[in-house]
Design a protein around this ligand. Structure first.
Ligand SMILES: N[C@@H]1[C@@H](O)[C@H](O)[C@@H](COP(=O)(O)O)O[C@@H]1O
Length: 243
């Protein structure tokens, strides 16, 4: 793992955007793994600025999003499809058919999960997977548990995750109870991973991710076993593991 620490969130957003932009400049048909939540909003704005300045094109790029709520209409402002359209896709030249978000309203969710993994297998691997982290160490929506899923699957969200995400809704009762998420194996197939962690309240879970034991109880700790992970943070946390 490589850890880059930033003094503020704006510098972090710019550096994270630059890494994604460099990937697409070097490989215009790159496959990008995208994330949602509050964390990537600023870096998506930086990508849009660079696109509008004519300095990058996503015309040949493809994307696969990590996850989607089950049961929210795609038109709901908090559906992750809608999030991606309004924060990024509608403002750059990516082709809609090249963007993939799991369908949380599929009649057969298990078939949707298998199909998502199949598409990723056929069109991947992901060149660069962007990740945020939940306060409990989840990545995508892979919640802490005694065992984790390899492939894309339907997950029951933990109460703490619903509580954390209720800030985006009017009331906790509106936060979906389930989601479809790439599994840990799906995420770990990415050639490179960019983990972005913002805010002092995430310092402890980032420390556990970087320096703690590899455990399914902190799903992000499995990233210690991936050969190419870049962590960008504004937290005051050091990488203490040495070989
Ligand atoms: N499923 C998403 C994750 O992909 C995200 O990384 C995490 C943290 O979100 P935030 O960036 O808003 O703290 O929780 C969400 O629920």
């Amino acid at each position: 793992m490589i850890l880059h620490k930033f003094k503020n969130s704006a510098d972090l957003d710019r550096a994270a955007a630059d890494l994604i932009i460099s990937m697409v400049r070097a490989k215009p048909n790159a496959v990008l793994g995208m994330a949602t939540g509050g964390t990537p909003v600023g870096l998506y704005q930086e990508i849009v600025k660079t696109y509008k300045a004519g300095l990058v094109s996503f015309a040949s790029a493809k994307t696969f999003n990590l996850d989607e709520y089950v049961g929210l209409p795609v038109t709901h402002k908090e559906s992750y499809r809608n999030f991606m359209q309004s924060n990024l896709f509608d403002h750059i030249d990516i082709k809609r058919e090249n963007t993939n978000v799991p369908d949380g309203n599929a009649a057969d969710v298990d078939a949707e999960c298998r199909n998502y993994d199949k598409m990723m297998f056929e069109q991947g691997p992901v060149d660069l997977q962007l990740l945020g982290i939940g306060g409990n160490g989840h990545i995508g929506f892979n919640e802490p548990d005694t065992q984790l899923s390899r492939g894309t699957y339907k997950v029951t969200l933990k109460q703490e995750t619903r509580e954390a995400n209720k800030r985006f809704f009017n009331h906790i009762d509106e936060v979906p109870t389930h989601a479809v998420t790439m599994g840990m194996g799906t995420i770990m197939q990415a050639k490179a991973i960019l983990l972005v962690v913002k805010g002092a309240e995430k310092a402890a879970i980032l420390d556990a991710t970087l320096n703690g034991p590899i455990t399914t109880l902190v799903p992000a700790s499995l990233l210690q076993t991936h050969p190419r992970v870049i962590v960008m943070t504004d937290c005051d946390v050091d990488y203490k593991v040495s070989f």
